[in-house]
Design a protein around this ligand. Structure first.
Ligand SMILES: Nc1ncnc2c1ncn2[C@@H]1O[C@H](COP(=O)(O)OP(=O)(O)OP(=O)(O)O)[C@@H](O)[C@H]1O
Ligand SMILES: CC(C)(CO)[C@@H](O)C(=O)[O-]
Ligand code: BAL
Length: 258
């Protein structure tokens, strides 16, 4: 497994791959967990070459504290990638990935302003810009994203269509803990008490009550609610639990308990 830290090393490596071999890419911000692992495993199964990027992208953070606190578990990440037979890890630095210092960026003017975009101004400009860079560098046939970040997934698909980018975006189901909390790197930041309490989030999101009622119940349960909103077939929500921001979504038409 190669660990590539410079753009030129990554490009040189990419150039060694014959055009007859398919490449899959899993973009991540590291602190890998079983959710990421499911994306990597699928990428491994569906492609000759499986690559992953680990980059905590500063341009998508509107909150400096959130960026500073973002977990970093590089050694464990490396081991997980090795055990999943990843071929290459791309682990760049900001100044290399942003030679323009973010003068150039990709913007979407509608969906990116809703939900998470309304609460994290500029967030999706940062996400789309870095994903465009990563896709241009890796030139994968397929790239894998989690449904946990539903709005992100829709925006990345939209960008690829809008710019005629030669890549297929594959959405992968959300992996959950046994108490149904969606796995997320930020879960590492929850205290024991808040981790226990966080199980109430997916439980309330799965009820059939109207979105406003779910928001009220979450607030009553001690969470600070950014939003609960139905969007493109999903009930999406973001809350703060003990200062940690968590997001989740559920299909709106799922039978039984949502
Ligand atoms: N529980 C999960 N199930 C499936 N995919 C996931 C899960 N959590 C994250 N992913 C996907 O992994 C990719 C990388 O996500 P990222 O590195 O931001 O991790 P994260 O756990 O979402 O962290 P964060 O705490 O920042 O939300 C994204 O496409 C994301 O949707
Ligand atoms: C897609 C991504 C890797 C871009 O930094 C990030 O938003 C994430 O991990 O979901
Ligand atoms: N998975 C979304 C990345 C972020 O919260 O910035």
């Amino acid at each position: 497994m190669k660990i590539l830290t410079s753009i030129s090393a990554w490009q040189d490596w990419r150039n060694t791959i014959p055009s007859t071999q398919s490449v899959g890419l899993v973009p991540t911000m590291g602190a890998l967990h079983a959710g990421h692992q499911s994306l990597i495993a699928r990428c491994r199964r569906e492609n000759d070459i499986c690559a992953i990027s680990l980059f905590v992208n500063p341009t998508q953070f509107n909150d400096q504290k959130d960026l500073t606190n973002y977990p970093n578990t590089f050694e464990d990440d490396r081991k997980l990638c090795e055990s999943e037979r990843v071929d290459a890890i791309f682990f760049p630095e900001y100044r290399d990935l942003y030679p323009d210092d973010y003068r150039y960026r990709v913007s979407e003017n509608e969906v990116s302003r809703l939900l998470c975009g309304a609460h994290r101004p500029g967030h999706f400009d940062g996400v789309l810009s870095v994903v465009m860079k990563l896709l241009n560098l890796a030139q994968p046939q397929r790239a894998y994203f989690g449904e946990k970040d539903w709005q992100q997934l829709q925006l990345v698909k939209g960008m690829v269509d809008a710019f005629f980018m030669p890549v297929t975006i594959i959405g992968c189901p959300t992996i959950r803990e046994t108490d149904q909390l969606a796995l997320s790197s930020r879960n590492l930041l929850l205290s024991k008490t808040h981790r226990r309490k966080a199980a109430g989030f997916p439980r309330l999101l799965a009820t059939r009550a109207p979105a406003e009622e779910v928001a009220r119940l979450l607030e009553a349960g001690g969470f600070n609610v950014d939003y609960v909103q139905d969007f493109e077939g999903r009930r999406c929500a973001a809350i703060h639990c003990g200062g940690v921001r968590l997001i989740d979504n559920r299909p709106i038409d799922e039978g039984g308990e949502r």
